[in-house]
Structure formats: structure tokens, C-alpha cells
Design a protein around this ligand. Structure first.
Ligand code: PXG
Length: 291
């Protein structure tokens, strides 16, 4: 494996950054998780746009243009000779001193890691997931907006710990009012009477690129979508529930907090969206030129 750091490639063992980097000391930085399917980097432009938006909000100036960042991602996939891969792009505030002041960090650190994708087991898609709501609520948008994909993921990690300790793989996080926000690394959708419902962004959820893709697919398939405040009760009585994310793609959920959802099996609309999503992934992206 060769890792990109600030314009140079290093073998995995030598890919190192300073312990004074504020990405490590304060979680001061931003990141993206991206997939490459059969040599096509899915929605690369959209991921780079979101990376720059997250950085802009943190007054973190990325030392590459968007075009150069896209080139760097494609080059890193190419040198690693992978066709199906998981790509992690990280931009940290860079090296500073032991104080918080980000303005003392003069050079942001840009890291691109390309690794083999650890796929979820196929039975998860066939049988569906059982998940729970957890006590840790999603960050308040007024405190640390979940739309900023920052290196500060403790909010999500605490929720993930609560899910795993209870014997589940994923957690639903509620907002401070008790409404459904999202999962620790996925957005959430409900299906009721063949219509889709998902929490609106202003409730403190990440604007997921898979979520946006599902909204596009639903519109093409003529499935109505509502971005709506959702209660747990509405989730329990829905016909289908599914999660969306870069790593998970679209995953059916068959039980929440011990309540069976719909028939207890992955629903018709979820399965249709999974089928359409899989057709789309090699069509919508930027091709890697392996020579
Ligand atoms: N919500 C949150 C909080 C996320 O972190 C999503 C939704 C889905 O967004 P995309 O754009 O991927 O559709 C994410 C992204 C992992 C992992 O290893 C997951 C994400 C990021 C990094 C790692 O599961 N999820």
C-alpha cells in the first residue's frame, strides 16, 4: 500500500505525521470516505465538494484546488492498482503547538489512503439488520453541526459503543427533542404506504451522498419522498426501514428497539432501490486511468 501525504507517496509503514498535528491533538480537520467500483470513483466530485464545504466552515484552507484534489485521489487509486477500493481523504489543520490556536498551524496536512474494501456480509442485505436507539443524542447543530464531516467523531463513537455493548452493530441517534436524526455512520429512511420519509438536514444530520443518490433514484422511479421530522413511533409502525452510507450502501433494517418492522423481512421498495443503486455505482463517477 502507498499512502499520499502532502503530494508524496509513502509505504504504509512510513506513512507518518507529527504528534503536534492538530488533527491528532484536537480532532481539528475534515475527512471523506469514498468508494471505487470497478475503476470508477463513485460521486468523486460530490465528495470533494463536501470536503471543501466542511473545511470552509472550519476556516481550514485546503492547499490544493478541487481539480488537483480530484487528480490526487485518482493518482492514489492508480498507484495502489485497486479497482474496488475504499478511499479515505483527510485534511488536518497541520502541525502547531500545544495550544488550541489554529492560526499557528501554517500548513494543513493532506492524506489519501486507498485500501481494499471490507464488504459487509451478504446476509446482512438479505436478512436485514436489527438496530436500536441509544442514549447518546446527536450533536446539536448549534454546537457542532453534523453537516461538517470533521475528525471529531466522538459523538458517533459513543453511540456506536452503546450499540455494540447492547449486542447490535448500528445505533439510531435521536436529536435533543427525541426525534430521529441518523445512525453513527449512515442516514436513515422509512417507507410508509410506498412513500419515503427521511429526516431533514436542518435536524442535525450529515448530508449523505448515498442519501442524495437515493433521493435521485426515488424521483426517477416515481416514489414520493418527504423530508420530515420523524418520531420513533412512526419508525416502529413503518412498512420498511433502511440505512444509507458509502460503506454500507443501502441496508434493510427489520427490527428496531425490539419492534418488528413491516413483515420482518427486507421490503419491496428497499430491494428495488438496492438493485437500482448497484446499477448506478459504475455509471456515476470519475474513471481511474490505470494506463
Ligand atoms: N451519517 C454519518 C454520521 C456519516 O458519518 C453518513 C451519514 C453517510 O454519508 P455518505 O455520504 O457516506 O452517504 C456518514 C458517512 C464507516 C464510516 O467506516 C462511515 C462513514 C464515514 C466514515 C466511515 O462506517 N459514514
Amino acid at each position: 500500500m502507498r499512502v499520499y501525504i502532502n503530494g508524496r507517496f509513502f509505504p504504509k509503514e512510513e506513512a507518518k505525521i507529527s504528534v503536534f498535528d492538530h488533527g491528532l491533538l484536537y480532532g481539528d480537520g475534515v475527512f471523506e470516505g469514498i468508494r471505487c467500483y470497478k475503476g470508477v470513483v463513485f460521486k468523486l466530485r460530490e465528495h470533494i465538494d463536501r470536503l471543501f464545504e466542511s473545511a470552509h466552515s472550519l476556516v481550514l484552507s485546503i492547499p490544493l484546488s478541487k481539480e488537483k484534489m480530484i487528480e490526487a485521489v485518482l493518482e492514489t487509486v492508480k498507484v495502489n492498482r485497486l479497482k474496488d477500493a475504499y478511499i479515505r481523504v483527510v485534511v488536518t489543520r497541520g502541525e502547531g503547538d500545544l495550544g488550541l490556536d489554529p492560526y499557528k498551524c501554517k500548513h494543513p496536512t493532506v492524506i489519501i489512503i486507498v485500501d481494499k474494501i471490507a464488504l459487509y456480509p451478504p446476509q446482512m442485505y438479505k436478512q436485514g439488520l436489527e438496530i436500536i436507539t441509544v442514549p447518546t443524542i446527536r450533536n446539536l447543530p448549534e454546537a457542532l453541526n453534523p453537516q461538517i464531516k470533521s475528525l471529531n467523531y466522538l459523538n458517533n463513537i459513543l453511540a456506536k459503543i452503546e450499540a455494540i455493548n447492547a449486542g447490535y452493530q448500528e445505533a439510531i441517534m435521536l436529536d435533543s427533542m427525541g426525534y430521529i436524526a441518523e445512525c453513527t455512520g449512515d442516514n436513515i429512511f422509512l417507507v410508509k404506504k410506498k412513500e419515503l420519509y427521511t429526516p431533514p438536514q436542518c435536524m442535525g444530520t450529515l448530508r449523505g451522498i448515498t442519501r442524495d443518490t437515493v433521493l435521485e433514484l426515488a424521483s426517477q422511479l416515481g416514489i414520493p419522498v418527504h423530508e420530515h421530522v420523524l418520531t420513533r413511533h412512526e419508525m416502529y409502525i413503518s412498512d420498511e426501514v433502511f440505512l444509507t452510507g458509502t460503506a454500507a450502501e443501502i441496508v434493510p433494517v427489520v427490527k428496531v428497539d425490539g419492534r418488528v418492522i413491516g413483515t420482518g423481512k427486507p421490503g419491496e421498495i428497499t430491494l428495488r432501490l438496492i438493485e437500482e443503486f448497484r446499477k448506478l455505482v459504475t455509471r456515476e463517477g470519475i474513471k481511474v486511468d490505470y494506463d
